[in-house]
Write a protein that binds this ligand. Sequence first.
Ligand code: GLN
Length: 543
Amino acid sequence: MARFIFVTGGVVSSLGKGLAGAALASLLQARGYKVRMRKLDPYINVDPGTMNPYEHGECYVTDDGAETDLDLGHYERFTGVASKQSDNVTTGRIYQTVIRKERRGDYLGATVQVIPHITNAIKEFATADIEDEDFVLVEIGGTVGDIESLPFMEAIRQLGNELRNNAIFIHLTLVPYIAAAGELKTKPTQHSVKELRSIGIQPDILLCRSEQPIPAGQRAKIGQFCNVAPEAVIQALDVRTIYEVPLSYHKEGFDDAVLNAFGIEDAPEPDLSKWEDIVDRCINPDGEVSIAVVGKYIELQDAYKSLSESLIHGGIANKVKVNVDWIESEVFEQNEEALSERLTGVHAILVPGGFGERGAEGKIKAASYARINKIPYFGICYGMQMAVIEGCRSLGGLPNAGTSEFGNFDPNVVGIMTEWTKGNETETRSADGDLGGTMRLGAYPCDLLEGTQAREIYGEAQVHERHRHRYEVNIAYRDILEKAGYKFSGLSPHGDLPEIVEITDHPWFIGVQFHPELKSKPFEPHPLFESFIKAALDHSRLV
Ligand code: GLN
């Protein structure tokens, strides 16, 4: 039977619960255990798919096509275990499930209430679809005391009771350093635990984020006030790279405290060599490269979380530090000089995924600049579509080419598939006007053509990559582009959907319709990111 670890957060948000859980899972894994991670999100959206990235950061997509919270990205990057639809649920989805059942009459006339109906649905979700995992980590979004998270807290409280020795509670808090007093303060932690205990949850372990080491005496004090064993009060200090978190936790005895709380005495010691190597590569790089990321949500880096991590992974593979220059693509629209001002001296250019018209022409200009100046270019999803439009306009004799995503161009070389299969339908919503889940989502196969750069980079004839987009490059423009020096190097197995487009006579110019950043891991950098950073490194030696 799987053991459950519930992770809650207190004091303030943004303490890094997702990362903390992911790092703990990686430590348990390093001891030979099989782990699974899931997240319960208290917001009302059915999934984060319709949320603006500025609201909620990136929307992470799983192999099975779920649009999920970005913490699932941390889980995968630390454990390598592919997340599923069943690993992320929101209040919205729970209520949707319960209300559907109510309408069907499944509750046989009962009054449907938060307790037990909503809490039962939460418990069912938290415990469903478990295979032979040794540990299931369940993170509860939000901060203790939030109105929204109460049903989730109540559900895990009940589970704690039902699972008895097979469940523990970890609470992540903040121990702030007050400079004026020159002291670390334990009171916020005490209050947060008091709040948690008032809803019936006694934490077994406290993980205390702090900028300063917390002396043993202070930890003992926290333990005493919070009814937690002193050795189960763990300090979580800032580290040099997030990939050092597992090593730092182990040093502080976090995984020992967890095993202790379950009464496990015969656990093997963890093999942490993988993490030691990654940290060494991060903090002792042999060089550095600078990459321009030309996008739209650059003020909030969480909007490109997986992307920035994948660039770091590419750096880990090449043992170089990757400096990212985040550029708002609109600057290239207003002013032509901005291109050379901002892009001269960068070692590579990346245009990431995006939606809508704002900034699109600036991305097209960035793709053009990279093509002409032979600077390595990586176009991801929207970044590939923009590169294709640029190629059609500049080299394909189609100066008015565009995408039906923001207009009606002559021609639309990118559009919704039905536009060229069934006349000119531009409807992107489902019949009832529902915007959720109308995209190509999740993992799809892609055949790699022999003799292409993509095939060489992957070293495989077929790969599976994750998608999240509504629009496609129209395969009808393949001939025009291939005559102009492009190569459609990756195609869907039926050959009707372009998945990868590259320029033959260019050091590294690759556009992909999918999101490779969703599958990259520090211990298994994605081949495209590894190769892209290598190309940036080669380019850095020329400029
Ligand atoms: N907006 C484009 C589409 O829907 C690209 C999406 C993306 O980059 N994820 O096809």
